[in-house]
Design a protein around this ligand. Structure first.
Ligand SMILES: Nc1ncnc2c1ncn2[C@@H]1O[C@H](COP(=O)(O)OP(=O)(O)OP(=O)(O)O)[C@@H](O)[C@H]1O
Length: 217
């Protein structure tokens, strides 16, 4: 479970206070995937980062009682001076996994050949995305956080392998996905919320959420 209790978050832009969340209280229970619709720039990434524990609220508290993933696509936990191999082996120790397994899994899924032994700083954006996606798939979480849908890389083989693994994983996990496109949420969640002017409006169905979203856009 992830629980937000009277959470507020805003940023000072130098001219005004940009409110992301105002006094929000809600829960994400295991088994109840949630899609959050929000226009660009309204705070999707900030919200997901707070759920992951990467960003702190200004006020209120966030409690996690499940294993919550880092956001799909997040590279913050990867040391770019080290290779994918070194990163994978180190991250395995943090999650109490067999380093040989994590290394072999990421090597197989990424398909980045000799770059697997080179510093992550030398990778293309696509190679980085593949590596972080592989790490997320190698680890087992109860709740997966997805910012703007599945990152489609330009590598067809990777998309095929990672896409089918992710779909399998998500069948038995809970997903929180934020997006500005309702059609992206459809594949993952039935319950939905709309983030608007710092407030989260919750609905039992995506259709209802979509009505408010379309109306207010
Ligand atoms: N550290 C910060 N300082 C000031 N403003 C910030 C900071 N982080 C985010 N913002 C602003 O807060 C707003 C929400 O940012 P966020 O990245 O969460 O939105 P988003 O909905 O994910 O955006 P996008 O759809 O464009 O990726 C944006 O206007 C952004 O410029």
């Amino acid at each position: 479970m992830i629980e937000f209790d009277t959470v507020s978050k805003s940023f000072w832009t130098g001219q005004r206070r940009k409110v992301i969340l105002h006094n929000a209280s809600f829960r994400v229970e295991e088994g109840q995937s949630l899609g959050i619709l929000a226009p660009n720039g309204t705070g999707k990434t900030t919200l997901v980062n707070m759920m992951a524990g990467l960003e702190k609220p200004d006020e209120g508290s966030i409690t996690r009682t499940s294993r919550v993933s880092f956001p799909l696509g997040f590279m913050g936990g990867v040391n770019s001076k080290q290779s994918a191999k070194e990163n994978a082996r180190y991250i395995a120790t943090l999650y109490d996994l067999d380093p040989d397994y994590l290394e072999a899994f990421c090597r197989w899924l990424c398909g980045i050949e000799e770059y697997f032994e080179m510093p992550v700083a030398t990778y293309s954006q696509g190679m980085r995305a593949r590596f972080s996606f592989a790490l997320l798939l190698a680890l087992d979480f109860d709740i997966y956080l997805i910012d703007e849908g599945m990152p489609a890389t330009t590598d067809v083989e990777f998309n095929r392998k990672a896409g089918s693994l992710l779909r399998e994983r998500l069948k038995r996990s809970t997903v929180v996905i934020v997006s500005h496109k309702p059609e992206i949420l459809e594949r993952f969640a039935h319950r939905a919320a709309v983030l608007r002017d710092g407030r989260l409006y919750h609905f039992d169905s995506l259709e209802e959420a979509r009505r408010l979203y379309d109306y207010a856009s």
